[in-house]
Design a protein around this ligand. Structure first.
Ligand SMILES: *Cc1c(COP(=O)(O)O)cnc(C)c1O
Length: 408
């Protein structure tokens, strides 16, 4: 198979001027991959700066309540900055240092990848510019605040719909003129080769740990592994630990939004709004209309609200190795409430999608079977969205009071 392809998916559709940069990146990545000292350096960094290995928590109360399979939760929320995104950005930071580059750029929609990249840049001493649609800059003020305080320059992009897609174009424009000293930190297992493969490699640490932990705690492999799927990096991270065992079913849960039979969701593998296409440097399933125009997406979880999906997951879905499901916004809030009350754990809205499907299926499974939910991140960041969705009256009052105190 051609390098960078997964079945018919993937590739590297890049402008000619970036060719040399991709040659350099591919070479550095291949070298790192073959160097056991690099992986050790990565593990040391993640052990001392983040929280690796993250625990695998047996959700005893939730399992008893549902009365079926034993539910285990892989705690990526305990990473530095609160999600699995740290695994990717810190890994790329080590590569950037190897390449001798001094500046990183990234694009971000919800802002989580921007915060993670700004954090990495501060730690490594890189200059950092984050591109963000002007619309998103307004909607995600807390994340913009942290990026700036961490030392990054946030550039609001005023083209097009002023959201993620436009920020991606602008970041590529920057890279074309700055590639000699600049690396583009892609945030998920998408984009042109080698990004899908490289980001999957950094995230594979999740699955390597989870497999060891479930064998130690449960004595055998899990029956099913659940992960939410935006671009697909946390899902690829945990799935890789279980690919080799056909007995482990892998389930990717997408954003069902208001329902996959409506036009307000972000599900590429369920429903019928996605088709094969080439955009943003790679071939995958994109949410698009008959003219190839990208569609508007919706999810209560900003991190799952994306038009494309990893080419690796397009392939695994086509092969039937990964089963795809979709969870609606309403189901997500229910699963979130249940998990908080039963376990004292607050999943991110993204991660709660994986909880929805596990909670649906666990009761029909045997008491001797185990499932793992990859909890990609913590929900603290979602307090505005969650409090609004629960229509919490005292929260509303708090926000109004705060606003008033600034007007005085
Ligand atoms: C960004 C994010 C996601 C979605 O990204 P993937 O690449 O699909 O993993 C999921 N969960 C959390 C908590 C995130 O921050």
């Amino acid at each position: 198979m051609k390098k960078g392809y997964f079945g018919q998916w993937g590739g590297a559709f890049i402008p000619e001027v970036l060719h040399a940069t991709f040659v350099e990146l591919n070479a550095e990545y291949e070298k790192a991959r073959q160097d056991p000292a690099f992986w050790q350096e990565y593990l040391d960094l993640m052990g001392n700066y983040s929280c690796r290995p993250t625990p695998l928590t047996f959700a005893e109360n939730l399992s008893d309540y549902l009365g079926g399979a034993r539910i285990y939760i892989k705690r990526e929320d305990l990473n530095h900055t609160g999600a699995h995104k740290a695994n990717n950005v810190m890994g790329q930071g080590l590569l950037v240092r190897r390449m001798g580059k001094k500046r990183v750029i990234a694009e971000t929609g919800a802002g989580q990848h921007g915060v993670a990249t700004a954090t990495m840049a501060a730690r490594f001493g890189f200059d950092c510019t984050i591109y963000m649609g002007e619309e998103d800059v307004v909607r995600q003020r807390p994340n913009v605040f942290w990026m700036e305080k961490l030392g990054a320059t946030v550039v609001p992009v005023t083209d097009g719909a002023r959201t993620l897609k436009d920020a991606i174009n602008e970041a590529f424009r920057d890279w074309v003129s700055s590639m000699d000293n600049t690396h583009y930190v892609l945030g998920t297992v998408c984009g042109p080769h080698p990004f899908p493969e490289m980001v999957a490699w950094f995230q594979s640490v999740i699955g390597i740990e989870a497999k060891k932990q479930i064998l130690a705690q449960h004595g055998k492999m899990p029956a099913r592994v659940y992960a939410c799927v935006g671009g697909g990096s946390n899902a690829m991270g945990i799935f890789q630990g279980f690919f080799a065992d056909d007995g482990v079913e892998l389930i990717g849960v997408e954003a069902g939004g208001k329902g996959i039979d409506t036009d307000q969701h972000a599900s590429r593998m369920c429903g019928d709004r996605a088709a094969p296409g080439v955009a943003q440097g790679y071939k995958t399933m994109f949410l698009q209309n008959d003219d190839g125009q990208m569609l508007d997406t919706h999810s209560i979880a900003a991190g799952l609200d994306y038009v494309g999906i990893s080419p690796i997951l397009s392939d695994l879905g086509e092969q039937g190795r990964v089963r795809f499901e979709a969870a609606t916004d309403t189901e997500v809030l229910e699963a979130l409430s249940l998990t908080m009350k039963k376990e004292g754990i607050i999943p991110a809205l993204e991660s709660a999608h994986a909880f929805v499907q596990a909670i649906k299926e666990a009761p029909d499974m045997g008491r001797d079977e185990a499932v793992i939910i990859n909890m990609s991140g913590r929900g603290d960041k979602d307090i505005f969205t969650i409090a609004h969705a629960f229509d919490d009256p005292s929260w509303k009052e708090f926000i109004i009071d705060r606003a008033d105190s600034y007007r005085k």
